[in-house]
Write a protein of this length. Structure first.
Length: 250
């Protein structure tokens, strides 16, 4: 299997177009001691009405519908490894076809994604947000250990079938949010692209994020920028970085 590894804000992925790869292989391939090491696998498949289809497999072998950081990596892969000669891309995902815009400046890559409309619903545990996948956004307090305990407890309460974002800091004047993420199928990761969009949707629901304002969400692995446009769509902008390419018989 020929593969390419990329990361976005520390959220790392194995990308391949090998048709033989199946979800059951993901735990071995994503293992950070005995495998390649990654938060998930992105399978490149042809799509008749888009530039490509991206199939997302979590590190535990479950299939996800959408991944914002993975999609940014996938866009760079399409241009860099597959010779797609354009900067405006349409990629089919389990959450629908996503419009993506790639820009390059002196070797730095930035990818802007239209994540569409997110719905936010208050619950006793926090705000549940659907942004192509499900998230629970929780207002926590300072302290990474307490935040991790909260994220673990809530994901267990939901049977592991939800992504949990716990906010550890919020500055309305600077428009910044600090947070950690416990992802369905991957555990604690260094960033989550759709998770940041879910936070923006939840904060807009609470009256803290105004339409058009850009906010910076600071994950353990790096920062990603978000805004809610006039249509109610969540727009994400962040980097995508190449790590290495290789082959494996796994």
């Amino acid at each position: 299997m020929l593969f390419h590894k990329y990361h976005a804000a520390g959220n790392d992925f194995i990308i391949t177009d090998d048709p033989a790869v199946i979800p059951a292989q993901a735990p071995a391939l994503c293992d950070r001691r005995t495998g390649i090491g990654a938060d998930g696998i992105l399978l490149h498949r042809p799509a008749p009405d888009a530039d490509a289809e991206m199939v997302i497999i979590n590190a535990d072998g479950t299939v996800a519908t959408m991944c914002g950081n993975g999609l940014r990596c996938f866009c760079r892969y399409l241009i860099e490894q597959r010779g797609v000669a354009k900067n405006s891309l349409r990629v089919l995902t389990g959450a629908g076809t996503i419009d993506c815009l790639v820009s390059r400046d002196n070797g730095d890559w930035s990818v802007t994604l239209d994540l569409g409309i997110a719905t936010a619903t208050p619950s006793p545990d926090g705000t549940i947000v659907d942004i192509g996948n499900r998230h629970l956004v929780v207002r926590g307090g300072p302290g990474a250990d307490a935040a991790r305990d909260t994220a673990s407890r809530l994901q267990e309460k939901f049977g592991g079938d939800i992504n949990v974002e716990v906010l550890t800091g919020l500055d309305e004047r600077a428009r910044t949010v600090d947070l950690i993420v416990n992802e369905r199928g991957a555990g604690f990761t260094r960033a989550c692209g759709t998770g940041g969009g879910a936070v923006v949707a939840a904060l807009h629901h609470d009256g803290l994020v105004a339409t058009g304002d850009e906010w910076t969400l600071r994950f353990p692995g790096g920062s990603i920028r978000y805004r809610r446009d006039g249509r109610g769509h969540i727009i994400l902008r962040g980097d995508a970085r190449f790590v290495f390419s290789g082959t494996t018989d796994a």
